[in-house]
Design a protein around this ligand. Structure first.
Ligand SMILES: [Zn+2]
Length: 142
């Protein structure tokens, strides 16, 4: 049985699924607005190439990610007169890297960072925080 095609490798599928329209693209990246939901200007930035997760980012996409992200988030902010553009990367549902971009103004429907947590989430212990910080620092050679 053939597996379903990746909806971001065949962007017409995602365009149909999310009512997307293309805002900009180059040879590496594609920016699309989602024309539904509470946030006008909500957009997906994704590489054309199948890169599953942000932890897989490499090559020319890795080299251009920062400048492209800065450029498109500024355009979304300025076009909507927003204060900020939020950027969220998940990857649990569609395993083709995409940054969810959401222009944000005070009082809109976006909840920001704390909104990403279960409201009744317990804090991790200080020891767990410290051990995790040590592990990451060791991996980065810092
Ligand atoms: Zn893909």
């Amino acid at each position: 049985m053939a597996s379903d095609p990746c909806m971001l490798c065949v962007p017409e599928i995602a365009d149909r699924e999310f009512d997307r329209v293309r805002l900009w693209e180059d040879e590496l990246w594609r920016l699309s607005a989602v024309l539904r939901g509470p946030i006008p200007g909500f957009a997906h930035l994704e590489p054309r190439r199948h890169i599953p997760h942000i932890t897989d980012l490499d090559g020319r996409e890795a080299a251009t990610f920062g400048p492209v992200l800065a450029r498109v988030t500024r355009a979304l902010r300025d076009a909507t007169a927003a204060e900020l553009t939020y950027a969220y990367v998940f990857g649990d549902h569609v395993a083709h890297l995409h940054v969810n971009l959401a222009p944000h103004r005070a009082g809109d429907a976006l909840r920001g960072g704390p909104g990403l947590l279960e409201p009744d989430a317990a804090d991790a212990s200080p020891a767990e925080h410290a051990a995790t910080a040590d592990a990451v620092r060791a991996l980065l050679g810092g």
